[in-house]
Design a protein around this ligand. Structure first.
Ligand code: SAH
Ligand code: SF4
Ligand code: F3S
Length: 477
């Protein structure tokens, strides 16, 4: 079988930030591809961040548009797509494992089409390995090539060749693509794509292209139409949502967007992720003044030590971070704050690690995602000297997790005895007669109820008990 190589990834090219205008594409399905998926099924495995989940909803929408139907039985589908994440080695290892499993699926059913997309194909090494060692992969496409998926599938079907299309340039903005949303009451809304921060450990700026913001009217109209369809909650997505608008000339900022979206009538607005450097007063004002902007902020700090922060290229200090939190808490005293922390960044000393623990004690986070630094090929930090021994890294991670968990539980305990509005997601896996959802502060809440009609509704729940990762409550009549 030969390979049709439309484009291959190139990390050097991906590093370039060109001044050219962002290309805005509108989606149109070539009518030749309209029935390509008739009587066929697909399944998408999604890994990584909410950005990938949102992309999978677009891929799903495009496939449904071609006639494909979603299947819950992944390994017997006619088309299997892996939407991958490259953020850490263990994220990639999971995917190599699933790819191994898929070899057997292809052996049993040579007609199955296997596609791989997302952040891994954007890495030169990963794509070379896909091509050399995984001959059962039929289609490899990148994060900037989603709109061409129908063409790539058609090529694979009509020529029986493997097809590869991974461009590494700046990236575009795809408007009007069909979306097959996973939830009927909560929706992802992309507001910007890409990242120009280049934190020295991170692969995302290479896999997602330059920072580019959607037009505010496109975002507002999308949210208005979600409200009309009965959606209750939106999560605004971007790798650095606070940089929204910086690539545009109208001085319209993320804070302005929050104030405008508050007027659309959507019940709940969340967003992720914020960069502390760009976290501004207007955003704090939106938390204070807009009823729909939920009292939860995820503000990744990564480290509490100024030297480490500098070598990470985070462009803020421990003190500046604490000052942002102080201002925010002054405006919204009960806000829940969560974060991301990396331990064992190259050269991190025990003393520097202690500064991270100090910061956790100062902020008293409601929760934190904690990671051991993982070298990513092509990023500056992968070449830094003094990579930390795995045992030291694990020890630091454990100590950090213990501390974080203490505050996690305290953050839950503060709600005991209060009545919270819970947007109901589903029946709970926590036991018979229980359902679950989230409070405004993003506390996962299990409560006594057994009524499918509550899903997608906001109900009042009295919080009775706090566990480390969730709270338990009783439904108020
Ligand atoms: N754009 C977001 C999220 C990026 S990825 C942000 O800037 O916060 C999510 C988290 O993964 C990061 O916050 C960071 O804590 C972690 N991460 C990124 N690259 C990593 C690496 N090479 N090793 C370990 N953790 C990493
Ligand atoms: Fe990665 Fe930093 Fe961009 Fe977040 S802000 S995606 S950590 S480079
Ligand atoms: Fe992973 Fe790519 Fe998101 S590397 S975290 S899927 S941007």
């Amino acid at each position: 079988m030969t390979k049709i190589k439309h484009a291959l990834p190139n990390l050097k090219e991906a590093r370039n930030r060109k001044k050219e205008e962002t290309i805005r594409l509108s989606y149109e399905l070539n009518k030749d591809y309209l029935h390509l998926g008739d009587n066929k099924t697909y399944h998408i495995f999604t890994y990584g961040c909410q950005g990938n989940e949102a992309d999978s909803e677009v891929i799903s929408g495009i496939l449904e548009n071609m006639g494909y139907k979603e299947s819950n039985e992944p390994f017997t589908s006619d088309l299997i797509i892996l939407n991958t994440c490259a953020i850490r080695e263990n994220a990639e290892n999971r995917i190599w494992g699933v790819l191994g499993q898929l070899k057997g699926v292809k052996r049993n059913n040579p007609d199955v089409i296997i596609g791989i997309c997302g952040c891994m194909p954007q890495e030169e090494n990963a794509t070379n390995r896909f091509m050399e060692k995984y001959p059962h992969i039929d289609i490899i496409f990148g994060t900037h090539n989603i709109q061409n998926l129908p063409k790539l599938i058609a090529e694979r079907v009509t020529t029986n060749n493997k097809v590869i299309e991974v461009i590494s340039q700046q990236g575009n903005i795809l408007e009007d693509a069909p979306k097959h949303r996973a939830s009927k009451h909560k929706a992802w809304v992309n507001i910007m794509y890409g990242c120009d921060e280049f934190c020295t450990y991170c692969i995302v700026p290479y896999t997602r292209g330059k920072e580019r913001s959607r037009d505010k009217d496109d975002i507002i109209n999308e949210v208005k139409s979600l409200v009309e369809k009965g959606y209750k909650e939106i999560t605004l997505l971007g790798q650095n949502v606070n940089a929204y608008g910086k690539d545009r000339s109208d001085n319209y900022t993320f804070g302005d967007l929050l104030f405008d979206l508050d007027k659309t009538g959507i019940e709940r607005i969340r967003y992720t992720t914020s960069h502390p450097r760009d976290f501004d007063d207007k955003t704090i004002a939106a938390h204070r003044d807009c009823k729909s902007v939920m009292p939860h902020l995820h503000l990744p700090v990564q480290s509490g030590d100024n030297d480490v922060l500098k070598r990470m290229n985070r462009k803020y200090t421990h003190e500046q971070y604490i000052e942002s939190i102080r201002k925010l808490k002054e405006a919204c005293p009960d806000i829940a704050i969560t974060t991301d922390i990396i331990v064992a960044f190259p050269g991190e000393t025990e003393e520097q690690f202690q500064r991270t623990l100090d910061l956790v004690k100062e902020v008293q986070y409601d929760g934190a995602y904690t990671f051991i630094y993982s070298p990513r090929e092509g990023t500056p930090a992968a070449k830094f000297e003094d990579q930390i021994e795995p045992e030291v890294a694990k020890d630091r991670l454990n100590r950090l997790i213990n501390l974080v968990n203490e505050y996690y539980k305290k953050g839950n305990e503060r709600f005991i005895g209060t009545v919270q509005e819970v947007l109901v997601d589903s029946f709970s896996k926590n036991g018979e007669g229980m359902m679950c959802g989230y409070t405004p502060h993003m506390k996962l809440t299990h409560f006594n109820a057994n009524d499918a009609s509550l899903i997608g509704k906001t109900v009042k729940v009295r919080i009775d008990e706090a566990k480390s990762w969730f709270v338990i409550g009783s439904l108020c009549e």
